[in-house]
Ligand binder design. Structure first.
Ligand SMILES: [Zn+2]
Ligand SMILES: [Zn+2]
Ligand SMILES: [Zn+2]
Length: 304
């Protein structure tokens, strides 16, 4: 200890030795003062100009890490990976939180984000991914249930609402529709089909119209849609279609038009969930004339 340290009222010495300064400079830092206790120095980072307290031992024996620069790197990595850094995970020193472009919050390893920033891998939002796959399935008239029970990464488990059948299908085949339902048809996309409009009168007197497609609308109505046999229901109109695939595409187009043009005619599912085994594509009777006109137009196209 030298004289200057004994002359001060501080609880620890304030002397900064020249060889400490030399070591700090060589490692990218300046020394501002001694802090906390006799083991710590306040360092100023030459890169970011911000300060942090470092142990003298660390300065002399290894490379001090500027915590601000580290955080800047995490943020830069996140941005390069298309994310926004949202803080460390207090549970794990290897993980951080990130906000994806979709707005969902992801928890990921720093290492993975570094690789993504370098373009080596992708960061996918599992919530959005699931929604995307659900939409792919719905576009083919199926529902996504979950991962493949046999554990194949390329397969998923799906349900065919038309008949209730559950089946493993390769996701690529679901995207292109190159498969058939194991229960209700080897080849529904290629087999002849129908568009239909059906009417249901609920016990409370509300009249609803369902627009859909089926190989056999009558059987669909009698055996699949009704939860109770005695519900007042009938087929109002059918249009034969050359294939199930064409019927599906036409049906999707009509629903999109109805949803865009007549949103107030969409019947809320809770209105009919006790009566019908469907969750959407049901309209109030006020939409019936529009639906008939759409079906007539498609019939005219098919006939021409
Ligand atoms: Zn720094
Ligand atoms: Zn997302
Ligand atoms: Zn089926």
């Amino acid at each position: 200890m030298n004289n200057s340290s004994t002359a001060t009222p501080a609880a620890f010495p304030l002397t900064i030795h020249p060889h400490w300064r030399a070591a700090a400079e060589a490692k990218g830092f300046g020394i501002l003062q001694r802090v906390k206790d006799r083991y710590h120095l306040l360092l100023s980072c030459h890169t970011c100009r911000r300060t942090h307290a470092s142990k003298i031992f660390v300065l002399m024996n290894s490379q001090p890490q500027c915590p601000h620069c580290i955080q800047d790197r995490w943020q830069a990595d996140a941005e390069a990976a298309g994310l926004q850094w949202a803080g460390r995970d207090p549970q794990s020193r290897h993980h951080s939180f990130y906000i994806a472009n979709c707005g969902h919050r992801l928890r990921r390893q720093f290492e993975l984000i570094k690789r993504a920033a370098a373009g080596i891998c992708d960061v996918r939002c599992e919530l959005c991914q699931q929604q995307k796959e659900q939409e792919e399935a719905e576009a083919q008239g199926w529902e996504l249930i979950g991962t493949d029970p046999d554990g194949n990464q390329n397969y998923r488990l799906y349900r065919h609402p038309e008949c209730g059948h559950e089946q493993r299908v390769a996701r690529a085949n679901m995207q292109t529709g190159r498969f058939g339902c194991g229960l209700c048809g080897e080849d529904w996309p290629a087999a002849p089909s129908h568009l239909y409009a059906m009417q249901f009168k609920l016990p409370n007197g509300t009249c609803l119209v369902k627009l859909g497609f089926s190989r056999n609308p009558d059987s669909r109505l009698r055996h699949q849609l009704l939860k109770h046999r005695d519900l007042d229901a009938k087929i109002l109109k059918t249009v034969p279609m050359a294939t199930g695939q064409l019927a599906l595409q036409a049906e999707k187009r009509l629903h999109a038009k109805l949803q865009a043009g007549f949103p107030d005619q969409i019947a809320p599912p809770e209105l009919y969930s006790d009566a019908l085994r469907v969750r959407s594509e049901v309209y109030f009777a006020g939409a019936a004339q529009v639906i008939f006109a759409m079906l007539d137009a498609i019939k005219a196209e098919e006939d021409s």
